[in-house]
Design a protein around this ligand. Structure first.
Ligand code: ADP
Length: 432
């Protein structure tokens, strides 16, 4: 097909030639009349096709692209090609969108996109199941109108989404969801819901099993330990040649008792889904109590100092936090050779508070750092055992701190010493 410029040029040329011919044959009046009538007709024709184009643009579709004639044939032909391309792109886009939706719906987690006002923009089928939503009717509705849990609403508005939120829903059957929020550009959020009902049930069974076994073992062990102690105390009851065996039995029963106590503490903390007590804790007096405990444990073998650099206190469960923080101090005592120094520091770091225990003890190689808070993970088993360790201390510490939205930071250098710090968030800080 000819280019639109060529067509227009041809029209003008034909028009001009005929007018010139008529001027020569019929004179000026005939030529001018022809020129005027043809021009008017030409303009009317352009206006007609322009009108057709306008009508088509109102409801553009591939099925009803006008055919046109003259230069309009070129215009409509280009339009047809453009519309076809557009249609192809739209089909491809729809196919990609369908593929995306199918894939997103195949994900076992539920996904919801929330806009800046926390209204639902989009969600997957599993999110509808998890949170009892119906996308066609709930679209653009605020999520807080549909998930009516005050804790969830507080979590959503809090803006700190480092930790997932546990949402327990009681419908026909109990449903436990782990909710994660990720901030997207334009103040949008991606909410991910995961059904952890089964996992929590199994976890609960495991915890119950450990707690029951520990409870069951505790009584016979107390009896055995008691008899060993009584016999050891009775003059002449144990022949000298087996006294060493008796001491070893006593040592091992004490170790087992400590292990059982730690296992019970751990399962108790793990199974406690309620937030910890939220009472003010006077850090200066807590540090002083822990200092005298540490001195008793060290029996004068270490130089133990404290530095209280802030008058901020924190809120939380005093017994839990005392157990966690004194664990860090007792570890420092146990892993610092005689003559070493231990410094306990309480200070602020930015808008957070930091409790640190620094020692110049044996230190830890970098390769172990990641695993220190795992249950029963010990760098040196025999040293841990010798010093009365169970391998559960740091996992108890981590659990207690997590319950208080606090973090454990560890830095250490082999042969030089370690620093274990508990970092408390701004929300837990109290001004005295
Ligand atoms: P344990 O009862 O064995 O001390 P923990 O969970 O308290 O168990 O600590 C895990 C391991 O971390 C310890 O076995 C030890 O190897 C290491 N560790 C903890 N604290 C210190 C410290 N202050 N200095 C050196 N090593 C440490």
């Amino acid at each position: 097909m000819l280019d639109i410029r060529w067509k227009a040029a041809l029209h003008i040329a034909a028009f001009g030639t005929i007018s010139l011919f008529l001027w020569l044959v019929g004179g000026k009046v005939v030529a001018l009349s022809f020129f005027t009538i043809t021009l008017l007709f030409y303009i009317a024709r352009q206006l007609y096709w322009l009108h057709i184009l306008h009508l088509w643009l109102k409801h553009p579709s591939l099925d009803n692209v006008p055919v046109g004639s003259g230069i309009w044939e070129v215009v409509y032909d280009t339009l047809l090609k453009y519309e076809r391309k557009n249609n192809e792109k739209q089909t491809q886009l729809n196919a990609a969108l369908d593929r995306f939706n199918t894939t997103a719906n195949a994900i076992p987690d539920g996904l919801i996109v929330l806009n800046a006002s926390n209204e639902i923009e989009w969600c997957t089928a599993n999110a509808e199941i998890h949170l009892d939503l119906n996308l066609p009717t709930d679209l653009k509705l605020p999520i807080v109108n549909l998930v009516r849990s005050s804790d969830f609403i507080a979590y959503l508005y809090n803006g700190i989404y480092e930790q997932p939120f546990r949402l327990e829903l009681s419908r026909n059957a109990k449903l436990i969801l782990e909710i994660r929020l990720i901030t997207l550009p334009n103040q949008e959020k991606l909410l991910i819901s995961r059904d952890v009902t089964q996992a929590e049930k199994l976890d609960g069974m495991r915890r119950d099993f450990i707690a029951n076994v520990s409870h069951e073992l505790r009584t016979p062990l107390t009896v055995v330990g008691g008899f060993i102690e009584t016999l050891s105390d009775i003059e002449g009851a144990i022949p000298d040649n087996i006294r060493d065996y008796f001491d070893m039995m006593q040592e091992q029963t004490t170790r087992m008792r400590r292990l059982i106590d730690d296992l019970l503490t751990l399962s108790q903390i793990e199974s406690n889904t309620h937030p910890p007590e939220d009472k003010p804790i006077n850090m200066t007096s807590l540090i002083n109590i822990m200092l005298s405990d540490a001195k008793a444990l060290s029996r004068g073998k270490h130089v133990i100092t404290t530095e209280i650099l802030t008058d901020n206190d924190i809120s939380g469960a005093a017994d839990e936090l005392q157990s966690a923080l004194s664990n860090l101090i007792s570890n420092a005592v146990r892993y610092t050779p005689e003559g070493g120094g231990i410094n306990i520091i309480w200070q602020t770091r930015g808008d957070q508070a930091m409790f640190s225990v620094c020692d110049n003890g044996i230190g830890i190689e970098a390769q172990h750092m990641e695993r220190l808070t795992e249950r029963f993970y010990r760098v040196d088993r025999s040293r841990s055992r010798e010093t009365g360790g169970t391998g559960l201390g740091l996992s108890i510490v981590k659990h207690i701190l997590t319950r208080h939205q606090a973090k454990l930071e560890i830095s250490s250098e082999l042969g030089k010493g370690s620093q274990f710090s508990a970092i408390f968030p701004k929300s837990r800080l109290l001004r005295r």
